[in-house]
Ligand binder design. Structure first.
Ligand code: ARG
Length: 590
């Protein structure tokens, strides 16, 4: 009801101006959603702060505002007569016929009342971003799921979104990887499929061990880095092979989770690193400290009380993670051929990188690389923990592989489904069982992650995420299935020809809940918190279930039936669209 609240706000402001033309200060209606349904839909608190300048009791001020409101026919069309409560709050209740009109207009609108942005500007969402030759871990899974959902919301609002996979495909570790590759698997340089990522992770470990133990190997690795950076063709070939191999493995996970990403790894920014140093030099921000080029941060001290540096060039001349991120910021905000012209750049990583981003953002800001009016945001999230509250591990103590984790979710969903079917004495095809289990298993993993406030650590529990009760994917998917069943039995109606009418309190509660959808989307777009959308969808399903359990729908009187079916349909549409924005597909039967 965002558009209605905007209209109300300007009506209130105008009424305040008419009532108190002499007030110099800006008149603010302070319109907020009503805290309880019995207070109506909105509450305007703007009379209270006027008591002092006007030297009048706030209730009297509220009365004067209401008097003016009632003279405005556009207001009386929209609302019932306002009530003044407490010290001078103005309670506003929308007219039932206006609410019914809103429901009808959403039913006819495939965007369900969520407007598309007028001035769309590019947004970069930097997410997933695993490191080459290392396995993607659960932290990357969180980034992938949260980042994808944020990208979907921003896209739905009409922003052009660049979904960037900032893979770690550059750095000194490639020296040892290439050296090891050349020595133990020279044949891999001829064929791309000689090693697979399972091996590549072990391969990384082997290389690292040799690097730590063997000085000759270490020296060769260092030379290899120089060769690679100098563009030596054989080194580049080996590097490309390692990247391809990882990429193929990552892609399998993305395909399973239905995630689209454009890879633009750290190596992409190599040509722009030197300019970062020059730029910082020109701005007078660079300080040489023990041979390294640094920018000292303002307001950030280390334990010794001295300002902390962001190192942008090491004493050996090499650049690092922060330098690459500075180059990436310039590129993303930049215009022209070497730029994305973004106006909002969002990074989805674990909270452990908060200091890195705070430092880099400060340097970029002081260098003048963040255009006015644009936003640069770190979207941090907590750790994934096991049910014991410790770092998620397999029984044998190894790190959990993503594909095993997804497999297990689907297997468990399948076992749950088979036992439910047996209980209900239903027989379904194997195809149905696989489709449902596949959808529910992945939905459960995604939803469990998204429904948590991302800032907090999150305890991974298959039992909890797959439960049919509670704030879970199966509960929401089941609500959609329930409504699909109602539609099959009630016949799908053409809402455009129906005059909607509601009488029962459960109907009104559902109407009001449905009409919050646009405000929730606006909030997620602003605050980048998908758990707000989850909480809303869960609440909506609960309000719907209460309505459906307490008010006859299929057995309703003929005059009430179309309006009730319309509510069912709008609920299903809202759940489907909302879950879709979380990257979750729904089912018609389960
Ligand atoms: N590769 C990094 C990691 O695995 C994440 C990169 C995030 N994006 C960025 N622009 N720094 O932790």
């Amino acid at each position: 009801m965002l558009s209605l609240s905007h209209i109300l706000e300007s009506q209130l402001r105008a009424a305040m101006q008419r009532a108190f033309p002499a007030v110099e200060a800006e008149l603010n209606p302070q319109l907020v959603p009503a805290s309880k349904p019995e207070f109506g839909d909105f509450q305007a608190n703007g009379a209270l702060p006027l008591a002092k300048p006007l030297k009048q009791p706030p209730r009297q001020i509220a009365t004067a505002i209401v008097e003016q409101l009632l003279k405005d026919p556009t207001f009386t069309d929209l609302c019932l007569e306002p009530e003044i409560a407490g010290p001078g709050f103005i309670n506003l209740t929308l007219r039932p016929e206006r609410l019914a009109m809103e429901v009808a207009s959403r039913l006819a609108d495939e965007r369900l009342g969520v407007p598309a942005v007028q001035a769309a500007s590019p947004v970069v969402v930097d997410f997933s971003s695993p490191n080459i030759a290392k396995e993607m871990h659960v932290g990357h899974l969180r980034s992938t799921i949260i980042g994808d959902s944020l990208a979907r919301v921003l896209e739905f609002r009409g922003h052009p979104v660049l979904r960037l996979n900032h893979v770690g495909d550059w750095g000194t570790q490639f020296g040892m990887l290439i050296t090891h590759l050349k020595q133990v698997a020279p044949e891999a340089l001829e064929t791309a499929d000689a090693v697979d990522l399972g091996d590549l992770v072990a391969f990384y470990r082997e290389a690292k061990k040799r690097f730590d133990d063997d000085e000759v190997f270490q020296a060769t690795s260092r030379e290899e880095v120089v060769k690679l950076q100098g563009g030596d063709p054989v080194s580049l070939k080996a590097w490309g092979l390692l990247c391809d191999q990882s990429r193929r493995e990552f892609q399998k996970i993305y395909d399973r989770l239905d995630i689209r990403l454009s890879e633009r790894g750290e190596s992409f920014y190599n040509p722009f690193l030197a300019a970062v140093i020059d730029g910082l030099q020109q701005k007078g921000l660079l300080v040489t400290d023990a041979g390294a080029e640094c920018v000292f941060l303002e307001g950030v001290q280390g334990k010794d009380g001295k300002p902390l540096p962001v190192i942008v060039q090491k004493s050996d001349g090499g650049f690092n993670y922060a330098t690459t991120d500075l180059a990436a910021i310039r590129y993303r905000f930049g215009s022209g051929p070497d730029g994305d012209a973004a106006r909002r750049v969002v990074y989805v990583t674990d909270a452990g990188q908060a200091n890195h981003f705070a430092g880099v953002f400060q340097v970029a800001e002081r260098a003048g690389w963040i255009p006015d009016g644009s936003r640069l945001e770190h979207v941090p999230f907590g750790l994934v923990q096991g049910e014991d509250g410790k770092k998620l591990k397999t029984r044998s103590g190894d790190t959990v592989r993503l594909r095993d984790l997804l497999d297990e979710a689907v297997e468990r969903a399948e076992a749950d489904l088979r036992s439910r079917l047996a209980q209900e004495e239903r027989s379904e095809s194997e195809e149905f069982i696989h489709h449902v289990a596949g959808t529910v298993g992945l939905a459960a993993v995604k939803y469990a992650d998204l429904s948590q406030n991302r800032i907090t650590n999150y305890q991974f529990s298959f039992d909890r995420m797959l439960a049919l009760q509670g704030n879970t994917a199966p509960y929401l998917l089941y609500a959609v299935v329930r409504i699909a069943g109602i539609a099959r039995k009630g016949g799908d109606l053409d809402a455009s020809t129906t005059q909607l009418q509601f009488t029962e309190p459960q109907e009104w509660a559902l109407v009001r809940e449905l009409l919050k959808f646009d405000a929730v989307i606006a909030e997620v777009e602003e605050e980048l918190l998908p758990n707000r959308l989850c909480a809303y969808l869960f609440e909506l399903s609960q309000v719907f279930n209460r309505f459906y359990d307490q008010v006859p729908v299929l057995k309703a009187e003929p005059e009430a039936l179309p309006s009730r079916l319309a509510l069912c349909r709008l609920t299903a549409d809202t759940l489907k669209l909302g879950l879709g924005l979380l990257g979750i597909t729904t089912l018609e039967r389960m």
